[in-house]
Design a protein around this ligand. Structure first.
Ligand SMILES: *Cc1c(COP(=O)(O)O)cnc(C)c1O
Length: 405
């Protein structure tokens, strides 16, 4: 059997897989030369906010320090009562979950679809209670959730929808960009996302009242520009600085390319893997525009001996730094949830939760466990060449043959 020689793929953790160039370099210098590095006085972050809102077709965008900060200010903007429930998913980044607890609300985990790994209207419906005040959906890997059905459910029940778009720049459902569908959209500019400033975040909304609260939550609730400004309520400083804003503006120019290249690469891989027995490819389709933060395979362990873990090991040996099982275990099996470690020994706000809201029995999450048992997350990057994609396809075919032999 011919084995392809190892190959070093572009990596989003260093310059090989990122797109920093003269544009970012001169942006940093311009920000420094301005002498104003706070966004309260400077112009770069303001430009970034205006351009991002325009890009998404929403009225308001605000920059902040991370995706986690974006989720926190989004949850906080809803002004929930302690113990209110926010329905969400356990296959996500912890930065999408801890802000709910930090704001005194209870994350209630709904199951996911085993193939898309996303929440669905049906799985959400199953955990709606009288205390449900919000639904936080994650468009995982860049694949949008079925937003039409989710919005219909939420609108009928009078529940706010927050969108975690940290992995889904450029994604859309039925032609609507993610981040413009629910009440608030949250984005991350962390090192490994579609575009990056190392750390950073953005929130979007069409609603003026929510926009006001988002702004205040980022700004210690200080009423800039008001007649009698004060610190109106509990809020932190989550402001992006001007250097980061300048880099983000330069990266924004590269967003369309990052998205288009990832999609084209993904289409090429899907074509190259068509018909391989034992794996299913990411679906996309039915009006959903998937923008491939990562490319995931669904590996059938009944056809491929050893399943995703065995296939992942062989791919890693060929230089493909993939992640079998993605986050390994659902978020509700992490210590923060199993031991309810929050503020001192208080366990607050878990102490306010109903037994049902914190029942993490595995039998309630068949889709979640099935999905993690089968998913193989491939690294994905806008700088992959056609040869890189062919190399990955070959490596997958060869590895599967080896396991089946
Ligand atoms: C990256 C990410 C976050 C958190 O963003 P940070 O900028 O790392 O704080 C939240 N949710 C999802 C789905 C993410 O991928």
């Amino acid at each position: 059997m011919k084995e392809s020689p190892p190959r070093t793929l572009p990596n989003d953790q260093d310059a090989t897989g990122r797109t920093f160039g003269e544009e970012e370099q001169s942006a940093v210098l311009a920000a420094l030369a301005s002498g104003t590095l706070t966004s309260t006085k400077g112009s770069f972050v303001k430009q970034l906010e205006a351009r991002f809102a325009e890009k998404l077709g929403v009225k308001h965008a605000f920059a902040c320090t991370s995706g986690t900060a974006a989720i926190h200010v989004a949850v906080a903007a809803l002004d929930l009562e302690p113990g209110d429930e926010v329905i969400t998913t356990s296959i996500t980044d912890m930065g999408a979950l801890t802000p709910i607890l930090a704001q005194g609300a209870i994350p209630v985990f709904a199951d996911v679809d085993a193939h898309t790994l996303n929440l669905t209207a049906a799985t959400i419906q199953a955990v709606v209670s009288v205390r449900t005040k919000a639904i936080l959906v994650t468009h995982l890997f860049g694949d949008p959730c079925e937003m039409e059905a989710i919005m219909e459910l939420a609108d009928q029940a009078g529940i706010a929808v927050l969108e975690d778009c940290c992995q889904a720049f450029g994604a859309a459902d039925q032609g609507h960009p993610v981040g413009s569908i629910g009440a608030i959209g949250c984005f991350s500019l962390q090192q490994g996302k579609h575009i990056t400033t190392g750390e950073g975040g953005l929130v979007t909304t069409d609603d003026d009242a929510l926009a006001r609260r988002l702004f205040l939550m980022i700004n210690k609730a200080w009423g800039y520009g008001d007649q009698n400004p004060d610190h109106y309520f509990l809020a932190l400083n989550y402001r992006m600085n001007e250097i980061t804003g300048a880099v983000a503006l330069a990266q924004m120019q590269k967003l369309d390319h990052s998205v288009a290249s990832r999609v084209a690469n993904a289409d090429q891989l899907s074509a190259a893997l068509e018909g391989v027995n034992g794996i299913s490819l990411p679906l996309g389709g039915s009006g959903r525009r998937h923008t491939y933060w990562r490319y995931c395979l669904d590996v059938d362990p009944h056809v491929i001996p050893g399943g995703t873990v065995a296939l992942g090991n062989l791919l890693r040996a060929r230089g493909i730094g993939c992640a079998p099982r993605y986050i390994q275990k659902p978020a509700f099996q992490c210590q923060i949830f199993t031991e309810q470690r929050t503020f001192g020994t208080s366990k607050w706000p878990f102490t306010l939760a109903s037994a049902d809201a914190v029942d993490y029995s595995p039998e309630r999450f068949p889709g979640t466990f099935d999905a993690l048992d089968r998913v193989l997350v491939l690294p994905w990057n806008e700088r992959f060449t056609s040869d890189d994609v062919l190399f990955i396809a070959e490596a997958i075919r060869e590895s599967i043959d080896e396991l089946k032999a």
